[in-house]
Design a protein around this ligand. Sequence first.
Ligand SMILES: *Cc1c(COP(=O)(O)O)cnc(C)c1O
Length: 421
Amino acid sequence: MSDYKLGLDYAKAQDNLDELSAYKQQFHIPKDANGKALIYLCGNSLGLQPKSTKAYINQELEDWANLGVEGHTDAKNPWLPYHEFLTEATAKLVGAKPIEVVTMNSLTANLHFMMASFYKPTKERYKILIESDAFPSDKYAVESQLRHHGFNDKDGLILWSPREGEELLRNEDLEAILKEHGSEIALIMVGGVNYYTGQFLDFKRITMLGHQHGCKVGFDCAHGAGNVDLDLHNSGADFAVWCTYKYMNSGPGSLSGCFVHERHAYNKDLNRFTGWWSHNKDTRFNMRHEFDVLPGAEGWQLSNPPILSMAAIRASLDIFNEVGLEKLIKKSKKLTGYFEFLLKDLGEDTIRIITPENPEERGCQLSIQVLNADKALHDKLTEAGVISDWREPDVIRCAPTPLYNSYEDVYNMVEQLKALL
Ligand SMILES: *Cc1c(COP(=O)(O)O)cnc(C)c1O
């Protein structure tokens, strides 16, 4: 991939060659006050709206208006089984079997529901391992689980940290922690793609290590779903959760996805929090039956789900399904590689990229440390029409997403940055 070239002509030529370039037209691109399209590199935070989303939601609004409660069975897309319309495409996107995935709740809530089942502490084995710079919500959730079970949240938390002077996590350090503390650790729960550095961890290796030491293993894939090949089934992980509003473009606060490995699909003895939606579909409305849990990830649902939000997810999944993960990732690697190439041309004494260089260890996000910069730089970038994300003390996160970002977007972003440095 070292045949990238400088200059706008190269960017334009790549856009012409790009078989996914037309997908940009399928999204609403935010504009500045003068109506000029912004360079939107924040799909890692909130993905853009597909133009098709409105029609998908309108369909449900209309059926609700015209049918009322009968829409549960008589809507064009009946609401009772609506979540099932998302299953196959979701499974494909995260590399799972249909029985292993479900769309429900929000992300942090699902994390708790998964821990209700897969964090089963004993006096000897009660600790939880997370990465030291975990997303705050994950850390709070894990700490509260420790307290919920009567443990001290300082003593019970084991942190997997980067080495002094480094930002990225090393597998050999996890190995060392497990060698020393493996028998005390009940659960390993890490962010699969780190929100700050963009590092994509080796799920298979982490899961294998964890299982060797008797730990359950789960991943928060908020920054992975729709971005990298998660290959969840083959990873062997016990569970995973993600949101659909980042790379999955399904709208602010939209529902979360949840993966439970097939090996747990028929285990009715697993402790879990339940509701009527985890109950056998055939007898759910008899209302009086003894609880009979559904097999697979569906058996973790609690409530009848918000159809309007699911309609937005469906609109987005149809696009992902049409493109296919393989093409998406192929473009993603090339586009992010190009971004990296242009940034490196700015010189190592001005910027440093924290994200791993190896394309297999990252998705589309690059976290750029700008030496001697502060938030003013980010604000000026925003003024110049580049929407990125600032993390204290000095990191700009940019995610050129393959569905709606072009080579020209990336080129223009780096030109703006260059002008401000
Ligand atoms: C975005 C994100 C969240 C957000 O959680 P919500 O419950 O959806 O508000 C949590 N964890 C990680 C790792 C994230 O990236």
